[in-house]
Ligand binder design. Structure first.
Ligand SMILES: [Zn+2]
Length: 646
């Protein structure tokens, strides 16, 4: 069915990244490493690997991956690797961990030995359940250190629990084993290299479905789905129609493919956890059990698949030169993540709207939420968007306390606004004859259809490509928006698009939907009024720097016990904000801070405030043009209850 992944990708590298500067391989890499991944104990949170490495006499240094592509962080699972045993000709060989690089193992190979066998186990606690498992190969990889990973041939094999189906972009050696292998069998895949194997995850599960998408398109596209319950992996016909549209819409904009086959890998589970990790020929997507079960649950996930799919072009094929490393040991630098992630955030949302995964109205409502959030993030006064990208590897997760003053990985949403600004600017200056779609032909479509290659770029090359589309001072445009702190978010794209960001006293339909799902990011939204994020139990988890609650000296971790003489409830708080509107009497709170209780007054009188986009009549509605399908879209079947305008 598929082409072989054996081919080692060509690469156009900058001189500074020349492969030759790396130390010579310590192991003669004529024959491929053989690795058998055994997931049959996945329900017990254990993966096993049997690895045969070609070696010759002397010391070898083997390593596990450290910097994981797409994570932009040193998240290699060395701390979960256990049960490591090396043998040769049936004899156990001693090993010693490197004193400095804790990911490396030193083993001395005796004379006459040509194959080193390694056994290892990995303790895996996320992305699996009793009914499914996800394998990101870095969990089991062991290979020669200090060697470009694309130059290390490797042949993977896989064992999964009896009856479980397999979804992956890897090429099976014999097609009969695919996608549900016989009980107890091992599925062998074509030889690839360590870089490609790390980029080729597997999902497997009892309730497995594989659906071909947009069958007229070459190369072939599939979505493979596993779930904890039998019905969830049978995707709704409307979702499949929207994914067919997505494949066609992406082809229309990116005018190229950089894969031999593409597999969306999707897990539906409340246990396995959320995920969105891009790969060149596939993507690892994890949502809750009901993630695509109805329109409401689909809303927060509506751009997940289009975002990760876009990364096959923007991120995997075109990659910032300083983010790419020839092995997984060197740091991947993040300074251009506002392109890698930011432009993907923009395109992923645009493609979701064009495909019907969300409506145009939902697109605008979610954009309003994102723009308002950035525009009310005071950390932007001291920290530039570029700094959130450079510091990406230390900004994920963490405590929500004072998050708005610290900033997070804002290059995603900042990038979305930036590229919307660029798109609408191009449309405005060319009378809507050119757009960022045309730029993608230059930037992402470069070279036409290829296999899974990597073509790196610098900021200068990005600017050159923008100028090729439309001569403009793009260097200054980017500098102004990216390199220096900007107290206000870049709302120019919304305004050039024919809309403006406003605040109303009622949330939009989309915001109400997110709130009804208990979206953890939402909670009770009084962020744009009194300026706190709050849990249902009255505990404050963030306070907007310089907002009314901050001025009243509230702090993260404080718990609101009472409001205007009533015991705390969401309704009591909203009622108090409404009642204080236009008056002079402050909102009276009783709060608990650690073990102390005290009264606090918030002097706020502007009522409830929820972000929305409002049409500016008489201006070109480029935002609507941007979100209109370019191909003949499949209509979603009648069960779909879309709100409007497709
Ligand atoms: Zn991404």
């Amino acid at each position: 069915m598929l082409c072989s992944h054996l081919r080692v990708s060509r690469q156009r590298l900058l001189p500074g990244l020349a492969l030759a500067c790396l130390a010579a391989p310590l192991i003669a890499q004529k024959a491929p490493i053989q690795i058998v991944a055994d997931l049959s104990e996945a329900p017990r949170k254990l993966y096993h690997a049997e690895i045969d490495l070609p070696v010759s006499e002397g010391e070898v240094v083997l390593t596990t991956p450290k910097w994981i592509p797409g994570n932009h962080r040193p998240t290699g699972p060395v701390d979960d690797i256990t049960g490591v045993v090396f043998t040769a000709n049936g004899q156990k060989l001693p090993w010693r961990r490197d004193d400095v690089d804790l990911y490396e193992f030193h083993v001395t190979i005796p004379k006459g030995v040509t194959t080193l066998h390694a056994h290892l186990d990995c303790i895996v606690t996320t992305r699996l359940s009793q009914k499914m498992a996800t394998l990101e190969w870095e969990k089991l990889l062991l290979y020669p250190a200090n060697t470009p990973v694309r130059e290390i041939p490797i042949q993977p094999s896989l064992k999964v629990p009896a009856g479980w189906g397999i979804g992956t972009a890897l090429t099976p050696e014999s097609s009969g084993a695919y996608p549900v292998p016989a009980a107890g069998s091992t599925t062998k895949y074509a030889v690839t290299n360590v870089e490609q194997l790390e980029d080729s995850p597997v999902i497997t599960g009892e309730y497995f479905h594989e659906f071909p998408l947009a069958p007229e398109v070459t190369p072939k596209h599939y979505i493979d789905v596993v779930s904890d319950f039998p019905d969830d992996s049978k995707l709704r016909p409307s979702v499949l129609a929207e994914l067919n549209n997505l494949v066609r819409e992406a082809g229309a904009v990116y005018s190229s493919h950089h894969y031999h086959v593409y597999h969306f890998l999707l897990t539906l589970s409340d246990v396995a956890g959320g995920e969105g990790l891009e790969h060149g020929q596939s993507s690892d997507n994890g949502v809750g059990e009901k993630g695509f079960a109805d329109d409401s649950h689909q809303l927060p996930e509506s751009d997940l698949l289009s975002h990760e799919f876009t990364h096959s072009w923007n991120g995997k094929y075109r990659r910032p030169a300083n983010l790419y490393q020839t092995d997984f040991e060197k740091m991947q630098q993040g300074s251009l993540l506002w392109v890698y992630e930011g432009m993907t955030q923009y395109l992923g949302n645009v493609l979701a709207a064009r495909s019907g995964l969300k409506s145009q109205e939902q697109y605008r409502e979610l954009l309003a939420l994102s723009a308002a959030q950035l525009d009310n993030r005071p950390g932007r006064e001291w920290r530039s968007t570029e700094d959130t990208a450079i510091a990406a590897s230390i900004l994920r997760g963490g405590n929500p306390a004072w998050f708005n003053w610290k900033r997070g990985q804002d290059y995603y949403q900042e990038g979305e606004l930036l590229w919307l600004d660029a798109d609408t600017l191009i449309r405005k200056m060319t009378g809507n004859k050119k757009s960022l779609d045309d730029f993608q032909r230059i930037f992402l479509g470069k070279g036409g259809d290829t296999g899974p290659e990597i073509v790196t770029y610098t900021r200068e090359e990005l600017i050159k490509d923008l100028n090729e589309l439309m001569p403009y001072d793009w260097a200054q445009f980017l500098h102004d928006r990216v390199d220096q702190p900007n107290p206000r978010a870049d709302l120019a794209g919304i305004e050039q698009g024919g809309y403006r960001l406003v605040y109303r006293d009622k949330p939009t339909k989309s915001e109400r939907t997110l709130e009804s799902l208990g979206e953890p990011r939402r909670g009770l939204d009084v962020w744009y009024s009194i300026g706190i994020r709050i849990g249902g139990d009255g505990v404050i988890y963030d306070v907007r720097w310089n907002g009314p609650a901050d001025k009243a000296r509230l702090a993260p971790g404080y718990k609101i016990l009472a409001i205007n003489g009533n015991i705390f409830s969401n309704d009591a708080l909203k009622g108090a904000i409404k009642a204080a509107k236009g008056g002079t009497e402050p909102i009276h709170l009783i709060v608990q801070a650690d073990t102390f209780v005290s009264p606090i007054d918030i002097d706020y009188h502007d009522g409830e405030r929820y972000p929305a986009l409002e049409r500016v009549n008489g201006t070109p509605a480029y935002l609507d043009d941007i979100t209109t399908a370019r191909t003949k879209t499949e209509k979603a079947p009648a069960e779909k209850d879309k709100t409007e305008d497709e």
